[in-house]
Design a protein around this ligand. Structure first.
Ligand code: NG1
Ligand code: MG
Length: 568
């Protein structure tokens, strides 16, 4: 299996962007944003930051268990134009959004108390500026906490083409773009590398109230055109480009795929004809007949701020508790040194294999060992069912009391470790440790299999065979998300079924679920027919035409990660 080299995440952002020079393609959206900024704020923007949304090809709800995932950035993105403002109010922000009527203009200023910066974020409502504030938080507390230096006042204008609540991670794109904006405008880009930007954006996104893993932020920051990323989080953050078995499709023109390579762009510079394109394109083998990933939005909004948020956080708790209980059931090391450990399912793997792994250390578990451990641990998950469980019993859940007992912790310690940081409510009072762990181990295994099939695609004589393998893994993933992780919904189940009936090799939900988008693998020669069939079959699409239809169902073209540019 020919693994590609990891993408370096260690050079500073300033160096990373400078090395790409003017390899940029200014779209009219950029110009429009810059002009509009000038009209509204009376001067040109100093920077425009860009961060893309992403589609997750496989590996759902396993990033916070610290297993590897396989997303690709999409072309749809958030653009944030900004400039420092002369006013004496330190760090004050005026933020406006081009989609005016939906997102009204906001003004806010952070306050410093006891070396901690504070910004009011209302976690009970979905406010667009919350994501701008979230990005600001980490920058303030990383660089300005001592009070010796002051953040500059800023004007910001935002525009976005990632639909909100669609599972394409508009939220992470907003937070990454905002983090980049505040770094740039305060001249801090030279002090941060891509890995640190991912960490900052992850911490920042938690401010909005979702205890998410790092997939979206990593995909938004690190992605390269034309490939997916195999992102691993443990023992250290790392990203490996995975070539996709896609051919040259009329729907997915290869030569435009360098748009928005990571670079800092002056919004006031003339449009370069992109002479450096080749230098930023990742060389990807392109077999003649490949597959294309098509996103289709179920049009059910996945509301992570109110409804789905509690479900999401509950899953985080269930998977963490399952990891602790498994350690105990399998007599693996736990709580050594007397601390109450919030161990993750990925860490259980190392302990199961008897390998010493430390956070941030070198990877010491090989892919082969991972395969073996995931298979064996998957078989052990049955032990997480309640003691009274019998074959055919659908009531696999455990009560709070049972769960506390299984954890080996006192009630107080359990609450402190697993519940004090989050509001969760289990349906019928039952927590699903077995189902969640069974999903996570099997999904982590599917990610490895998917990666392997992609890496073998270019030397395989029959690309359709590879596409069948990938499709089957996607279908299994959907089944597992729906039945074990319970993060699908009737519309997503229906839409993925329709996509398979319309000829997709495989189809699954992408992102958190409970609504939002599906992703389907479709033969590239059949994309147009496929879209026509789904339009006819999925009731919410029936009256949509042209742009409106393209908004909800479209072939994706893996895009590159976040960037912005300082003007001269
Ligand atoms: P969405 O809801 O698509 O942004 C969320 C999490 C991810 C990951 C997926 C499920 C956030 C910001 N992101 O993605 O980290 O856990 O769900 O795989 O909440
Ligand atoms: Mg999100």
């Amino acid at each position: 299996m020919a693994a590609s080299k990891p993408i370096p995440v260690l050079t500073t952002l300033e160096e990373a962007y400078a090395s790409l020079g003017s390899a940029l393609n200014h779209a009219p959206r950029w110009d429009n944003l810059a002009k509009e900024f000038e009209t509204r704020f009376g001067r040109k923007p100093a920077y425009i930051a860009r961060a893309p949304g992403r589609v997750n090809l496989i590996g759902e709800h396993i990033d916070y268990a610290l297993f590897g995932v396989l997303p690709a950035a999409v072309e749809r993105d958030i653009l944030m134009a900004c400039a420092p403002r002369s006013s004496d109010e330190q760090g004050a922000v005026r933020a406006e959004n081009l989609a005016g009527s939906k997102y009204s203009p906001k003004q806010f200023a952070p306050s410093l108390k006891d070396n901690q910066w504070f910004l009011e974020i209302d976690k009970t409502q979905l406010n667009w500026e919350s994501y701008v504030k979230a990005g600001y938080y980490g920058v303030l507390n990383t660089f300005f906490a001592s009070g010796s230096e002051q953040p500059v006042p800023v004007d910001i204008l935002v525009t976005g083409s990632v639909p909100a609540g669609s599972g394409l991670s508009s939220s992470a794109a907003m937070v990454v773009a905002s983090t980049l904006t505040f770094l740039a405008v305060n001249n801090k880009l030279d002090q941060v590398n891509k890995g640190r930007l991912v960490e900052l954006a992850m911490e920042n996104e938690k401010r909005v109230g979702v205890n998410s893993g790092g997939m979206d932020q990593a995909a938004s920051v690190i992605s390269l055109p034309n490939s997916a990323l195999y992102i691993t989080f443990f023992p250290t953050l790392s990203a490996e480009p995975i070539p996709l078995p896609s051919g040259s499709s009329p729907s997915v023109p290869a030569e435009t795929s360098t748009t928005a390579a990571p670079s800092l762009v002056s919004s006031t510079a003339p449009h370069p004809e992109d002479p450096h394109k080749a230098s930023v394109v990742l060389e990807v083998p392109r077999p003649s007949a490949g597959g294309v990933f098509v996103c289709a939005n179920s049009l059910v909004v996945s509301d992570k701020v109110v409804g789905a948020k509690t479900q999401y956080n509950l899953r985080v708790v269930e998977t963490l508790v399952a990891a602790r209980v498994l350690c105990r059931l399998l007599n693996l090391p736990l709580d050594q040194g007397g601390s109450r450990e919030k161990v993750t399912l990925r860490e259980v793997v190392g302990r199961y294999l008897g390998v010493q792994e430390t956070k941030g250390g070198q990877a010491s578990v090989s892919t082969e060992q991972l395969y073996k451990a995931l298979t064996e641990l998957g078989a052990h998950t049955g032990k997480l069912r309640p003691a009274t469980w019998k074959e055919g019993d659908e009531q696999l859940g455990v009560t709070m009391e049972e769960m506390v007992e299984m954890s080996g912790l006192s009630k107080e310690d359990f609450h402190e470790t697993y519940l004090s940081w989050v509001d969760v409510e289990a349906p019928n009072g039952k927590f699903q440790l077995y189902k969640r762990a069974a999903h996570v181990f099997s999904e982590a295994l599917r990610v490895l299999q998917f990666r392997q099939a992609c890496l073998q695609a270019h030397e395989h004589p029959r690309i359709d065979k590879i596409l069948q393998i990938l499709g089957a893994l996607m279908n299994e993933s959907q089944q597992s998300c729906s039945k074990l992780f319970e993060c699908s919904c009737p519309e997503l189940d229906q839409l993925t079924t329709l996509c398979r009936e319309a000829g997709a090799y495989g189809s699954r939900l992408t992102g958190a679920g409970w609504g939002g988008c599906t992703v389907s693998l479709v033969a590239e020669s059949e994309v147009d027919q496929f879209i026509a069939k789904i339009k006819a079959a999925y009731p919410p699409y029936k009256n949509l035409e042209g742009e409106a239809l393209h908004e909800v169902i479209f072939a994706t073209k893996p895009s590159s990660g976040a960037f912005g540019e300082r003007s001269a």
